[in-house]
Design a protein around this ligand. Structure first.
Ligand SMILES: [Zn+2]
Length: 386
């Protein structure tokens, strides 16, 4: 790989003919079209938070260095930004007056700055390495230099490694914060579009967790039909089956639940009533588990982490049960006492027993002392959730 250091290019040179795509939040071109600011393996612009972008301009105004910038020279002689896209986009957006900075406590856009200040920014020289090498070399190197600033997350790294037509199309759909579907998606997925989190979710679903393999396989595809169709099927299914939206829905593994349950018929009205009932049930400690519990036919109450009995209630019940059993000469486990084996008269220690709902929680039984009995561990397990 060949590298050459450029110290003569100014902010004005780099930002000349700056093109910014407001919809996608991308700096597109600079140097009068010669520089591609956001090649497809780059992440979306995430400096527009009024802090990082302002800090870039402050640094330039104070004469502080803003760090090394790396360009890659492509085969046709064009340049693309390898590292520095966020900083260049901040500079370009500022000198085209898209955001303001505070100067002596006053909000100032570029066009409102004094001539000297404008010139100071435009004439600032940047430190830029231009590299030439194979795609593999450049990508390997890009991964090592991208350790400054906000680190790339897993999906952003995968987008860089598997860059190509598939990633470009997938980002247009899933990483575009202007996509009008994002509101709907956000009911069921906790994600930020420009950090590639919806994309990661969609890929995780369609690939059943093998995102890496899926991206590699589809890298050169000229469409994202399967990815999009599968994702929409999952979202539409959740949307149909559960008429109400609850905040816990954002943390559910919908991809897995869709695979397990989408072929069964459900009555959304009944489901809605059941879910609301469980949400109102103070014994249900794990609200997140409600959706899977209901989809599974309200059988596996372990998912709900039903409130358990207090230690002191268990002790009280154990003592009473044991005294009565000893008086009668039978086991202190009422189910053992009914049997005919050696345990019929066995007195269990409290550590050998578990608390059980006399009337099951699912049949309306409460979790207080009046509904508590101690069973030996074997009988308690056998009784299970019946
Ligand atoms: Zn027993």
């Amino acid at each position: 790989m060949i590298t050459e250091l450029h110290t003569e290019w100014t902010v004005q040179d780099i930002c000349s003919g700056f093109v910014y795509n407001e919809l996608e939040g991308k700096g597109l071109f600079g140097m009068d079209g010669k520089l591609t600011i956001q090649p497809e393996y780059q992440r979306n612009y995430i400096y527009a938070d009024g802090k990082k972008d302002v800090a870039v301009i402050d640094s330039v105004l104070k004469g502080y260095p803003i760090g090394l910038i790396y360009f890659n020279r492509t085969e046709n002689g064009q340049l693309e930004v390898l590292d520095g896209q966020q900083r260049i986009t901040s500079l370009g957006r500022f000198i085209t007056s898209r955001f303001a900075i505070k100067v002596n406590g006053m909000e100032q856009y570029f066009r409102g700055l004094s001539q000297e200040q404008q010139q100071q920014i435009l004439n600032t020289k940047l430190l830029i390495y231009v590299c030439e090498g194979t795609e593999e070399e450049i990508k390997a190197w890009f991964k090592t230099i991208n350790i400054v600033g906000v680190p790339l997350n897993e999906q952003e790294k995968l987008n860089a490694i598997y860059s190509g037509s598939f990633v470009t199309l997938a980002k247009e759909e899933f990483s575009n914060s202007q996509n009008s579907n994002i509101d709907k998606w956000s009911s069921y997925i906790k994600a930020v579009a420009n950090r590639q989190e919806f994309l990661a979710c969609a890929l995780g679903w369609v690939s059943k967790g093998n995102i890496d393999g899926y991206m590699s396989m589809h890298r050169r595809d000229d469409n994202i039909n399967e990815l999009k169709t599968y994702f929409n099927s999952v979202i539409d299914w959740v949307d149909c089956v559960f008429p109400e939206v609850y905040s816990e829905m954002q943390t559910i593994e919908w991809g897995r639940l869709y695979e397990e349950h989408h072929k069964k018929p459900y009555n959304p009205k009944e489901i809605g009533v059941k879910v609301a009932e469980l949400y109102a049930d103070e014994y249900v400690r794990n609200k997140k588990g409600i959706f899977e519990y209901v989809l599974g036919g309200c059988v596996d109450s372990k998912l709900l982490e039903i409130r358990i009995f207090e230690e002191r209630d268990k002790k009280t019940v154990y003592t009473k049960q044991t005294q009565e059993a000893q008086a009668k000469g039978v086991s202190n486990c009422p189910l053992c006492a009914l049997g005919n084996d050696n345990n019929k008269t066995r007195i269990w220690k409290i550590t050998e027993m578990d608390a059980d709902h006399v009337t099951a929680w699912s049949k309306g039984g409460s979790t207080d002392i009046s509904n508590c009995q101690m069973l030996c561990k074997v009988h308690n397990r056998a009784k299970g959730n019946k």
